[in-house]
Design a protein around this ligand. Structure first.
Ligand code: DON
Length: 560
């Protein structure tokens, strides 16, 4: 009897853990798209309902986000996508912006060697060579099953019909209005007085998209659009030329693939730091049974924080564009190395980032990138994250072409040791060079469980992207949450430097924070930013799909 009393809770616990978690998000039978706007999700889903595959849907969804979500969706930016085909084949494409040919290491420094304020963040000087159009065209050429016109026509129709201003969108536009005027003058499109419920039409963007529909990649990187784009950027003082546009190429890259317990994770490789960094975080946590510590308990927060602290320190030092720097993957991802990195970790006391590195930096609140997840009815999966970097990028808006330009040059390390807008401190590996790609944190990820598709996940959030993706996966796998619950759950973040934990405003008690403080953790009490805006899909045990569309935005799952 005594033994039974002892074993019963254990038995109950293990059985609970094995119970399939009931879905709480949208459930569909066949296919699903989850994005930052219902209009873009619907366009992607409709493409699949008409017989297109996940890759066709990706092309349409990516371009539709440029119309429906100009805050981050883009033609003037770039991104990363990883895929897993239904036969288990995986791959990735890098359509990240790159530095113009005239770029050089010290281009954002003054004569005294100090970083010139705003030069890499606001206006034309911040613009890197856009990659999005090259990315979607390369995906279509390799995997598309429908003609390009079938994919782009609905997007052009959306641009002509217009998109309704939501409450959240109005807040964003209002927040940035002054910068729009500062960069573009007061007659610029987005400085007009909008109200919730207004429809914004994009006739110029529709014309640009028509060029892409008719000429493919050349409709953007050569001819009329390229001429207008390069001369506009240069007139405004920027560096992107016709030659830069013509030379731009998206690159197929092998994703980072690693095991965590019974899961296999497939995530983006450099020039995104996402895959390497979550690989390190998961492997450093793996020896512990985090699932038994409790969701967002002080013990699980400690373990996660210590793994993230060490992984971000490596990220900032070693990672950069693999075409320019040698990245010691075999060491960074080696099990013994990662075990050694955690050798000094104890649940009794916080480690100190100063013992691992130096620096005093601020991290900024942000959710200005955008992620979308797609699964088609054949089981092909797409995980894509795309960005202009800051909200509306550099704020530079081409009235003539109908889109914003990125400020991705700020993702380079303008000067070693000086933080960028996400408080990330870079090193030589991420210094500026002509045609080099700036290091990213974007972490589009696909997870397999026991050889089958299990989850598609990603988020915006600058430097917090990596931790938000990792926590969402843990929420489902270790803490038995549904996809929607996992996305909704409160998140926290630590990125080595600054040496403090940021917590979202809700979901973390004073007692919990006090306990962490008593162990030596610094908690940023002043800033409780929203961390990430995750859009994800989980494959249920019965093969149906559950969407996780982040409550923090207008994000919506659509499927059939
Ligand atoms: O590539 C990167 O890591 C950044 N440019 C992402 C920017 C971002 O997520 C902004 N929104 N939070």
């Amino acid at each position: 009897m005594r033994r039974l009393i002892f074993i019963l809770p254990l038995l109950l616990f293990t059985t609970c853990k094995k119970q399939p978690t009931q879905p709480t998000g949208l459930v569909t039978e066949n296919a699903m798209v989850v994005t930052a706007r219902a209009e873009a999700s619907k366009i992607g889903s409709d493409i699949m309902e008409k017989g297109g595959n996940a890759f066709d849907a990706m092309v349409a969804t990516e371009l539709a986000l440029a119309v429906a979500y100009p805050y981050a969706g883009n033609l003037g930016g770039g991104g990363f996508m990883v895929y897993r085909k239904n036969n288990g084949e995986v791959g990735g494409i890098d359509y990240r912006e790159k530095a113009p040919l005239s770029a050089h290491k010290d281009m954002y420094l003054d004569s005294l060697g100090n970083v010139i304020s705003k030069m890499s963040t606001v206006g034309a000087t911040a613009v890197g060579v856009p990659g999005t159009v090259a990315g979607v065209i390369a995906v279509h050429e390799k995997f598309g099953s429908l003609p390009l016109s079938d994919l782009i026509e609905p997007v052009i129709a959306l641009a002509r019909k217009g998109v309704i201003v939501t409450e959240k969108q109005l807040q964003r536009i209002t927040h940035y209005k002054e910068s729009f005027v500062e960069v573009n003058g007061d007659s610029t499109k987005f400085a007009q007085p909008f109200s919730v419920g207004d429809t914004i039409k994009y006739p110029k963007l529709a014309q640009t998209l028509t060029q892409i529909l008719e000429k493919g990649r050349d409709g953007f990187y050569k001819g009329e659009v390229a001429e207008k784009l390069s001369s506009f950027i240069q007139e405004k003082g920027g560096f992107v030329t016709m030659a830069d546009l013509e030379k731009y190429e998206a690159k197929w890259r092998d994703p980072i693939v690693f095991d965590y317990k019974e899961l296999k994770m497939i995530s983006m490789s450099p020039p995104s730091s996402g895959g390497v960094t979550i690989n390190q975080i998961f492997k450093m946590m793996e020896p512990h049974d985090i699932g038994s510590f409790g969701h967002n308990s002080s013990k699980s927060i400690q373990l996660f924080t210590e793994a993230a602290r060490r992984a971000y320190a490596d990220r900032n030092y070693f990672l950069g564009d693999p075409d320019f720097v040698d990245i010691p993957f075999d060491v960074l991802l080696d099990d013994t190395y990662l075990e050694e990195r955690m050798a000094d970790f104890s649940f009794e006391k916080a480690s100190l980032s100063s013992a691992i590195g130096h620096g005093e930096v601020e991290i900024l609140e942000s959710s200005e990138t955008t992620h979308y997840s797609i699964v088609d009815d054949a089981g092909n999966a797409i995980s894509a994250t795309t960005t202009l970097n800051g909200g509306y990028g550099s704020k530079l808006y081409s009235e003539d072409l109908g889109f914003f330009l990125n400020n991705e040059m700020d993702d380079f390390s303008a000067k070693p040791g000086v933080p960028n807008m996400f408080g990330l401190i870079g090193a030589e590996a991420n210094s500026i060079a002509p045609e080099k790609r700036m290091l990213s944190s974007m972490t589009p990820t696909i997870v397999e469980k026991e050889g089958k598709l299990y989850m598609v996940v990603g988020t915006p959030g600058g430097s917090t992207i990596i931790t938000a993706v990792a926590q969402t996966i843990l929420n489902v796998y270790e803490f038995n949450q549904s996809m929607q619950e996992a996305v909704n759950s409160p998140r926290f973040h630590h990125q080595w430097l600054p040496d403090h934990i940021n917590f979202e405003p809700e979901g973390f008690s004073k007692e919990l924070k006090d306990e962490l403080k008593s162990k030596g953790y610094n908690i940023d009490e002043k800033r409780n930013p929203v961390i990430g805006k995750v859009d994800a899909i989980r494959v249920l045990e019965n093969g149906k799909l559950e969407g996780g569309a982040d409550r923090r935005g207008d994000d919506t799952a659509v499927g059939f």
